[in-house]
Design a protein around this ligand. Structure first.
Ligand code: NI
Length: 190
């Protein structure tokens, strides 16, 4: 089942998400399936639980369609539960990022190219892995979501002021988007 994606401006996107206990959500596999379906429906490569209104340390990624251009993305379909970035290293590099909660805005964001991360998968199996390049970037973007951060938080004050009106319009639902969203400041009936 596709879930509505929470738009910029909702406090759930600014909240640090809480860790999940293994027995806390017996239906977590269904939720994970719904998150993948929601992400595919919006043509995203990652989706975090806060973006569907749940302040939980859970996100999914699938960047396998880009494996032709980026070999490190081969088999890069994963679920991350209770992820914790242990280390980030290397010289920051820029990439033009987007976010399903902030449609129609893309900005150059600087991130370090290597990460080491610990997490549990959908079967509660523990992993400690390293990712680099685009794989690392996708994980860093989604990880920011469970830390209550958005890529707009990384922009300079000037850049942020330049897109402020667009961001406010998104909160109010004044944006053309072809997937289902929930807008925090939408007038009733929108
Ligand atoms: Ni995002």
């Amino acid at each position: 089942m596709k879930l509505p994606i929470i738009a910029y401006g909702d406090p759930v996107l600014k909240r640090k998400a809480t860790a999940i206990e293994p027995d806390e959500y017996p239906n977590i596999k269904q939720l994970i399936e719904d998150m993948f379906e929601t992400m595919y429906g919006a043509r995203g490569v990652g989706l975090a639980a806060p973006q569907v209104g749940l302040s939980m340390r859970l996100f999914v990624v699938d960047a396998t369609p880009f494996a032709d251009e980026e070999p490190e993305l081969k088999d890069f379909k994963k679920t991350f539960i209770n992820a914790c970035i242990l280390e980030e290293s290397g010289d920051e590099w820029a990439f033009n990022e987007g976010c399903l909660s902030i449609p129609d805005i893309r900005e150059d964001i600087y991130r370090q190219p290597h990460i080491r991360i610990s997490y549990y998968d959908e079967d509660w199996k523990h992993h400690e892995e390293t990712f680099r390049g685009m794989a690392a970037r996708i994980v860093q973007h989604e990880y920011d979501h469970i830390e209550g951060k958005l890529f707009t938080d990384k922009l300079s004050p000037l850049r942020k002021r330049l897109i402020e009106k667009k961001l406010n319009d998104i909160s109010r639902g004044m944006v053309n988007v072809d997937y289902k969203m929930k807008f925090p400041a939408a007038k009733k009936g929108r």
